[in-house]
Design a protein around this ligand. Structure first.
Ligand code: FEO
Ligand code: CA
Ligand code: CA
Ligand code: CA
Length: 688
């Protein structure tokens, strides 16, 4: 028999077995879906890349070491200048930090702990903004876990909040629009007496209604950072596993997307496993459909296998209640998930769209920015061990302003452009990477990269694949062109101050195992338990935009572990961190990192780290989350930090009857994933 409530983190991916089962369909125990040997794909790459772009890639190394000025731009503004990666922390000693902490990070770091609560710095206050099950739509009842119904859940805040976005709401004082993802459901923690072998139709339909997205207007309290939901606001909205979505872009209508229920290949019911996302400069939100594979039974094709779709029944057994989840009956249904969804939260009647131009994989997130000439670029990670990092560059420019014409135009930006995958090359000799994480002799994990084009509109750049195939089977396109196998690319965030892009690579315990890819300069540790953060600088002066420079900004872990790296900042002055996942910026240029699956014996948390100036690399823990939870969706405003506390109580052996956590309402009350706001009690700005 399994031990009751063992320590979390007993699984290779860093979380409890319960998390693995419900969140990603035991991905860590499945075979690695990427069995491609793409390391000798030079011929194919040469076919896919122009000679010109290869030459530019070579030139990147030179640019990367040249001094340059970081561009100053707001998050919605174009990055006007290239922001090359400058300086080598290993080449000259860093000046000793003198200020009392980087601006925006002046708080007393929270110590690692295992308390069943949200622990925040002294002098700060917090409130639970909204919990799973709180009614947000007209007619939805108050939450009662013992009388839950699918109809009630469809009008209530969903389960397992992950990505969060807070958008301005003009004309309504003190109000903002909160958009949240509901990644997945933990049936064993939702239903008393749940029998995993035979879920009831009602339980399954509640789970469908608890997935998806929420839009809910929130009201600020005067003089604090406290937020409360505005029930029944006309913008409030729920989208679930059965709501209607439109498929747009170059693969819309493809025979690969048609099913018996949708002969057009343009209308899908539902969005699933929405993990992280992004907020666009034109006021919409993006939502990544991540581990969609786990909802589909009886996969049989090679492409199903490459996406980790199993050949048997699923854990949740939805295929018993709707045949579209049975690929033996509807082989194309799984092709209709694994996309980036774009939602217009200001138009409650709009149909959200699945954007095929951004490719299909396990989308962790999708974070846009603008090129110097105003075209959106969307960065995207495929969260799987040894999978790839992508970007999409639109061929259209964003129109400024809020006119109807501008909004309509901007809703077409993500349908036309080029999809690329990243290939990274280190600048130090390969022999210097033995998998221990030891810094190479040039003092830095760094190098250059190329964006390999996969498809532009209906034109494929991948030999042997049509454009439709590139979009629907994007992972296979990445295999063919020799993309770099990364340590689980998760969330991505461009710095609003410099334009540099930060990519969280959570972990990869299989790196270096027999038959699998070994350490390289961007993924320098074998059996990588703690992850790293990559910093990337585009070369915007290159009109093709196909070259970049990169280096590791952070190699996570216990600072006493010699393989860790904090951009050269004194290690005795930083907090331990493990498994970086979601990332966000504050207005001071600090990167905020939430973690998923801490392997250092503490609960997960939220951290801030300076990216600029003499304190670059100074990392401080801002909060910890309750037992079994992951920290998600950070939003950092001047006077408020917002986090999603996802899957609290998700510990092996836990159930409604035997909870591992009773957060947020205490003993005797059911554990509820919730959103938390944190602010300074004296009304001041965060961390100044
Ligand atoms: Fe849903 Fe990649 O975490
Ligand atoms: Ca190097
Ligand atoms: Ca995540
Ligand atoms: Ca983010």
């Amino acid at each position: 028999m399994r031990n009751l409530l063992p320590l979390i983190g007993s699984h290779p991916g860093g979380r409890s077995a319960l998390t693995c089962r419900y969140r990603c369909g035991d991905a860590c125990f499945q075979e690695i879906p990427n069995t491609s040997d793409n390391e000798y794909a030079g011929d194919i790459i040469a076919g896919a890349l122009s000679r010109r772009s290869m030459m530019r890639a070579a030139a990147v190394v030179t640019v990367a070491t040249a001094a340059g000025t970081a561009a100053l731009a707001g998050p919605a503004a174009p990055v006007a200048e290239a922001a090359p990666l400058t300086g080598r922390p290993g080449s000259k000693p860093k000046p000793k930090p003198t200020a009392p902490g980087a601006r925006g990070l002046r708080f007393a770091a929270v110590a690692p702990n295992k308390d069943d609560r949200v622990t925040i710095p002294d002098g700060y206050g917090q409130n639970v903004v909204i919990r799973w099950g709180e009614p947000i739509l007209r007619g939805a009842p108050a939450f009662d876990p013992d009388k839950q119904s699918a109809k009630a859940q469809a009008g209530q805040f969903g389960y397992n909040n992950d990505f969060l976005s807070l958008l301005p709401l003009r004309g309504e004082r003190g109000r903002q629009v909160l958009v949240a993802n509901h990644e997945y459901t933990d049936e064993i923690l939702m239903f008393r007496g749940y029998d995993p072998a035979s879920p009831t139709r009602e339980q399954v339909e509640i789970a469908w209604a608890a997935h998806g997205l929420s839009v809910v207007v929130v009201q600020e309290e005067n003089r604090t950072g406290k937020l409360a939901p505005v029930n029944r606001h006309p913008l409030n909205r729920r989208l679930t596993a059965t709501s209607e979505f439109r498929v747009t872009g170059p693969a819309a209508g493809s025979p690969l997307l048609r099913t018996s229920a949708d002969r057009t290949g343009r209308k899908v019911l539902g969005t699933l496993n929405n993990c992280a996302g992004g907020t666009t400069p034109w006021g919409t939100t993006l939502h990544g459909e991540e581990n969609f594979n786990q909802y589909f039974a009886n996969g049989s094709s090679d492409t199903d296998k490459r996406y980790g779709i199993g050949t048997a029944a699923t854990e949740r057994k939805w295929e018993r209640f709707d045949k579209r989840f049975d690929l033996a009956q509807e082989p194309n249904e799984a092709h209709r998930f694994g996309w980036v969804v774009e939602l217009d939260p200001y138009d409650p009647d709009s149909t959200p769209r699945k954007r095929t131009a951004l490719g299909r994989f396990k989308h962790e997130a999708a974070q846009p920015r603008l090129t110097a000439d105003g075209r959106p670029v969307v960065y995207m990670g495929d969260d799987e061990r040894f999978d790839y990092f992508y970007k999409f560059v639109s061929s259209k420019r964003m129109k400024k302003g809020d006119s109807r014409a501008a909004r309509e135009h901007n809703l077409t930006l993500l349908d036309e452009g080029t999809l690329y995958v990243a290939k990274l090359t280190g600048d130090s000799p390969a022999a210097e990477f033995d998998g221990t994480g030891k810094l190479p002799s040039d003092g830095e994990f760094d190098g250059s990269g190329v964006w390999i084009p996969l498809a532009t509109g209906t034109t494929s750049h991948v030999p042997g694949m049509t454009a439709e195939e590139v979009y629907v089977f994007t992972r296979l396109a990445g295999d063919k062109v020799g993309a770099t196998k990364m340590d689980r690319p998760e969330d991505v965030e461009p710095s609003p101050r410099t334009g540099r892009v930060y990519v969280a690579l959570t972990n990869n315990t299989d790196r270096g195992k027999a038959g699998k890819a070994g350490a390289d300069e961007a993924n320098p540790r074998n059996a990588n338990k703690h992850g790293q953060i990559l910093e990337l600088a585009e070369h915007w002066d290159d009109p093709a935009g196909d070259g970049f420079a990169w280096r590791l900004f952070l190699v996570a872990g216990d600072p006493e572990d010699p393989s860790t790296y904090f951009s050269g900042f004194p290690k005795e002055k930083v907090s331990p961190i493990s498994c970086p996942d979601n990332v966000a910026f504050d207005d001071h240029g600090n990167l905020w990192i939430s973690t998923d699956g801490n392997q250092l014996g503490s609960h997960d948390g939220l951290f801030g780290v300076a990216t600029l100036g003499e304190r670059r690399g100074e990392l401080k823990q801002f909060l910890t989350v309750p037992t079994g939870a992951e920290t998600c969706g950070p939003v950092i405003q001047d006077r408020r930090v917002l986090v999603a506390v996802q899957h609290p109580g998700e510990v092996d052996g836990a159930s409604v009857e035997k909870p591992a956590s009773t957060w947020p309402d205490g003993p005797g009350r059911i554990v509820r994933p919730s959103v938390v706001a944190v602010w300074r009690k004296d009304g001041g700005d965060i961390g100044v």
